[in-house]
Write a protein of this length. Structure first.
Length: 148
């Protein structure tokens, strides 16, 4: 989709993962609340589009790589001051992609980073709790073959 060169830190990768996994409406509402304070820094939308990307897979037996098929993604790129924010989200939600890219640029530019970090940490905690609930549900259905 994009030929944008991307070098990101582990921290950036973590916050982008958390924001992309978070409920879209919560991310959009949070970003919208910050917009009045971010706009004076020169917010520019450089790109916001949907497209298809190939979903790679790997054969577990022989290790051969293959493509499972195409998936629909939304991509957004913004500039906020000197910082550029970028994201790719699964699905066709241009507003979510734009919100995540804005928050990414704000974090990279050091604008309201403490507030954004608090939001990201809350999303991570919610996601970890949901993962634990799901694992417990899966574990409850485990069948011990030796007991048959």
């Amino acid at each position: 989709m994009s030929n944008v060169e991307c070098r990101m830190s582990n921290a950036q990768s973590e916050w982008l993962t958390a924001l992309n996994r978070a409920p879209a409406e919560e991310v959009k509402a949070f970003a919208e609340g910050l917009l009045p304070e971010l706009e004076p820094h020169g917010l520019q939308v450089l790109g916001n589009r949907t497209g298809l990307v190939m979903l790679p897979g790997q054969d577990t037996a022989q290790g051969a790589y293959f493509h499972l098929g195409e998936i629909l993604v939304s991509e957004a790129r913004v500039k906020l001051g000197d910082a550029e924010g970028y994201t790719v989200c699964l699905g066709r939600n241009l507003e979510q992609a734009l919100a995540v890219a804005i928050l990414d640029a704000a974090m990279l530019g050091g604008l309201h980073s403490e507030l954004i970090e608090t939001f990201v940490n809350q999303q991570k905690a919610d996601q970890e709790a949901a993962d634990v609930r799901l694992l417990r549900q899966v574990e409850a259905t485990r069948v011990e073959m030796e007991t048959f």
